[in-house]
Design a binder for this molecule. Structure first.
Ligand SMILES: Cc1cc2nc3c(=O)[nH]c(=O)nc-3n(C[C@H](O)[C@H](O)[C@H](O)COP(=O)(O)O)c2cc1C
Length: 186
């Protein structure tokens, strides 16, 4: 199995990154090959609505998402992590999400390979883990529309203002690890 993590936070070693790395540790312990990508790094453009993907069968923009799409094509599972910014996922995550349009054919059926699962990890400062349920639901619905299958329940880490403070929360770290393990199980 190949499991990849996508970090939608600009903070390396921030809470999202730490939880994603934990989840990938869990996947690795299950025997999976893993890789992590940072959506804040490099040059990533938003969807240009050029329609090129509808003719070429994949996104035609050549930038740093090209490598990430190649990794998705090879992967059995994807773990997407984002902090909550003003009730939404981050702009870095949104750029990625929009570009998944490239996996929809002219008739809006999916060209993504079959059987790819996803898991979601969100981080926020607010204590109520249900506060941004609509955002999480929207992310899950989009990934399902693109052709991914829902894996483990999403993880929502709360009370996480300072970068990396999640390291003090053993329970959240364990849940992230378990998500990685579960995703990597056939
Ligand atoms: C611009 C900005 C907007 C934020 N908006 C929210 C918000 O609406 N609700 C919330 O609970 N936390 C909010 N936060 C806090 C982050 O979600 C939280 O610190 C998260 O753990 C950051 O993840 P990171 O460490 O991976 O960067 C915001 C933080 C920033 C920088």
């Amino acid at each position: 199995m190949k499991i990849i993590g996508l970090v939608g936070s600009p903070r390396k070693d921030g809470n999202t990154d730490v939880l994603l790395q934990k989840a990938l540790e869990g996947a690795k312990a299950q025997g999976s090959e893993t890789a992590i990508f940072y959506l804040n790094e490099g040059n990533i453009r938003g969807c240009q609505a050029c329609g090129g993907c509808k003719k070429a069968g994949k996104c035609v923009i050549k930038d740093d998402l090209t490598e990430i799409f190649a990794a998705i094509d090879e992967a059995d599972g994807v773990i997407l992590g984002s902090p909550i910014y003003f009730g939404r996922f981050t702009a870095q995550t949104a750029l990625f999400m929009d570009r998944l349009y490239g996996y929809l054919k002219q008739d809006f059926s999916s060209s993504l390979g079959k059987g790819k699962k996803f898991a979601l990890i969100f981080t926020q400062n607010q204590p109520d883990s249900a506060l941004y349920a609509d955002t999480i639901k929207a992310a899950a619905q989009e990934l399902e529309l693109i052709g991914f299958t829902a894996g483990p329940q999403p993880l929502v880490g709360t009370r996480l203002m300072d970068a990396g403070i999640v390291r003090e929360n053993k329970q959240l770290l364990q849940t992230a690890y378990d998500i990685g393990q579960e995703l990597a199980r056939r």
